[in-house]
Design a protein around this ligand. Structure first.
Ligand code: FE
Length: 199
């Protein structure tokens, strides 16, 4: 089995945003999929370790912003490589809100969709949320970024290192040790051991 085949699925990259009282939070996902159109419903799948997951389980409402090809790496770092538990990911100056009061990525998204959760499924490391689409807005006509485009044109090449161990292919985090535990989860981007390569 060559698990790299799974990387050939042409995912997009999105910011999923939620609101916890006065606090805006969000994370990068590649797992937003429209599942039906009568009515319009979508699914999103989030790691149980994410602060956004905890908020969404409680509030049941979110926005998904479709990122464009000109989104700088800093945005992926800001939303994907740190936890909202100890950082503010949305700049106050940048915030625009949907009708649900939740922030969306006004600067680097070409559209956003608002969702209201109607069902959840525990899928192991992640929770899948099924949601009714409550709003959908086009912002610009710039092309949406794909996962493939991100890896080829946005993510910087890994820096050379003397360290021995395993590097996370998603964010570059290095696990120093041998072997890499099969149930290891990257502390930075929350991807599992399958997304690590030996260095
Ligand atoms: Fe990682």
């Amino acid at each position: 089995m060559d698990v790299n085949a799974l990387f050939r699925i042409s995912y997009g990259l999105y910011i999923l945003s939620v609101r916890d009282g006065d606090k805006d939070n969000g994370c990068i996902i590649n797992t937003a999929v429209q599942v039906t159109n009568t009515p319009n419903r979508l699914s999103v799948c989030l790691s149980k370790q994410n602060y956004s997951t905890e908020i969404l389980l409680r509030t049941g409402e979110f926005n998904v912003s479709m990122l464009t090809e000109d989104t700088p790496f800093e945005v992926f770092k800001k939303f994907g490589y740190q936890s909202g538990r100890n950082a503010d990911k949305f700049d106050e100056a940048d915030i625009k809100r949907g009708e649900n009061g939740i922030a969306y990525c006004a600067r680097y998204a070409n559209s956003y969709v608002s969702g209201k959760v109607i069902a959840t499924y525990d899928v192991g490391t992640h929770i899948m949320f099924i949601a009714d689409v409550t709003d959908a807005v086009i912002l610009t006509d710039k092309p949406s970024v794909t996962y493939d485009y991100y890896f080829k044109h946005i993510k910087p090449a890994p820096v050379k290192t003397e360290k021995k161990g395993y590097r996370c292919k998603i964010c570059g985090y290095i696990y120093e040790g041998e072997p890499l535990p099969a149930d290891f989860i990257c502390p930075i981007c929350k991807h599992g051991a399958a997304d690590f390569e030996k260095i």
